[in-house]
Design a protein around this ligand. Structure first.
Ligand code: UDP
Length: 406
């Protein structure tokens, strides 16, 4: 499997992965998160776990279970950690802990390395097996640059019990008494979401979803979440529409750990109301090839978030050589080098201005799309993220040594 990446991913990453895997062969690496489908974390784990297994690592992926009360609470914490004001009670935090305690009974937490993703399963650290020399890492995928203080201090109680915390962006890092690392997320160039498609495959999807191709297509793919700003996207499109004819597609799916999606979708549908050039598609979370095709048939791809952990959809679009526009938040400016691989924007008007700039300058748009693909190749492919995780794990096993041989 790893051989399939040669000629696609940087050679140095592939060599380092193979060296690390020789050192870590047979060792167990457990990932725990809160949903098997929907959102960026599931997207990455679905691809990373089989690849690690193929490399000789005993990799496993477990998902914690919770009821509506639990996921309502964790969505609130997600919103509060991204800066929203939310109300919490001690009872809510107790229930959060209690659901994790119950989950622990069904989880095998014995592994040489354990990577716990995001706040939902963070309390599992209290059930770390006492024996052995396992490494426990907490991986934060959300924009935690300006959290509601009370919420962060409650979560922090668990975070500081880990050996290591991993963030996607430097400014998310906190002052913690444990090791902290920055690891950016990644996309898999060989997945159904990102692999090359033929024109016939793209046309088939356009026909199946009744997407006319007579006007330029502006696209945003994301969960229906207020931080993804779908209403702002519609407003930008409406401004553009005064000058340039185009069509807007909003594609979303639901994630089992995101209870707010339905209400936001209703709001977006009401807002788009009677505009026949706005297409809103709610797709099942496993419609990866379909999303791939819709991204490829689009002319401009937006991720106009107002808070964002990383925003995989940006790299997905860039890999397809699409000109991109993203909100200047979270990991988006890491992917979009302004003016080179895309444009970052701060407002609806800014987004509209950049859409028009692309529409009116197709040669420039194409050139930026091409540059974007190479930028993703060098920085945001799955192999680079595997390289980073294995390096962190390997280094933590050799903590205290001056020289670590690979
Ligand atoms: N995604 C999808 N279907 C949808 C909406 C999103 O498959 O209808 C995928 C999208 O292609 C990307 C991931 O979900 O791979 C979203 O990751 P991102 O980091 O952009 O945002 P998150 O949802 O994790 O906040």
């Amino acid at each position: 499997m790893i051989k399939q990446y040669s000629g696609i991913a940087p050679k140095g990453d592939l060599q380092l992965i193979q060296n690390l895997c020789r050192k870590l062969e047979g060792k167990s690496f457990l990932h725990v998160n809160s949903t098997r489908e929907g959102g960026g974390v599931a997207e990455i784990l679905n691809r990373m776990i089989p690849l690690l297994q193929d490399l000789g690592i005993d990799a496993r992926w477990e998902v914690i279970e919770g009821d509506a009360r639990f996921f309502d609470f964790t969505k609130k914490t997600h919103n509060a950690l991204q800066g929203n004001r939310e109300k919490f009670t001690k009872k809510m935090w107790d229930y959060y802990y209690e659901v994790n305690r119950r989950n622990k009974k069904n989880l095998d937490l014995n592994a040489d390395a354990v990577l716990i993703h995001d706040p939902q399963p963070a309390p599992l650290i209290d059930y770390r097996p006492r024996s052995g020399k396992s490494t426990w890492m907490w991986r934060c995928h959300i924009d935690i640059s300006n959290p509601m203080p009370g919420c962060w201090s409650n979560l922090k109680k668990y975070v500081i019990k880990y050996d290591t915390a991993i963030f996607s962006v430097t400014k998310f890092a906190k002052s913690l008494p444990i090791d902290e690392y920055i690891v950016t997320p990644s996309i898999d160039p060989l997945s159904d979401k990102n692999k090359d498609l033929t024109d016939d495959e793209i046309n088939e999807v356009a026909e199946r979803f009744n997407i006319p191709r007579d006007k330029p297509i502006i696209l945003q793919v994301s969960r229906f979440d207020k931080f993804k700003d779908p209403i702002g996207v519609i407003n930008a499109y409406k401004i553009v529409k005064n000058y340039n004819d185009c069509r807007l597609i909003l594609v979303g799916s639901s994630a089992t750990d995101d209870p707010e999606g339905e209400a936001i979708l209703r709001e977006v549908k009401d807002y788009a109301a009677d505009d026949p050039d706005i297409i809103i598609l709610l797709l099942p979370p496993d419609n990866h090839t379909e999303i791939n095709a819709i991204q490829r048939m689009s002319d401009i791809i937006l991720q106009k978030s107002i808070k964002e952990g990383f925003g995989l959809t940006v790299s997905e679009a860039m890999w397809k050589e699409k000109p991109v526009i993203g909100g200047a938040v979270g990991g988006i400016p890491l992917q979009i080098v302004h003016g080179l691989t895309g444009f970052v924007v701060y407002s609806v008007e800014g987004a509209a201005f950049r859409i028009r700039q692309y529409l009116n300058n197709p040669v420039m748009a194409k050139k930026m799309g091409r540059t974007g693909k190479e930028y993703v190749r060098n920085n945001f492919l799955l192999t680079r993220q595997i390289r980073d995780y294995l390096s962190l794990w390997y280094c933590s096993r050799h903590r205290g040594k001056n020289v670590i041989e690979l």
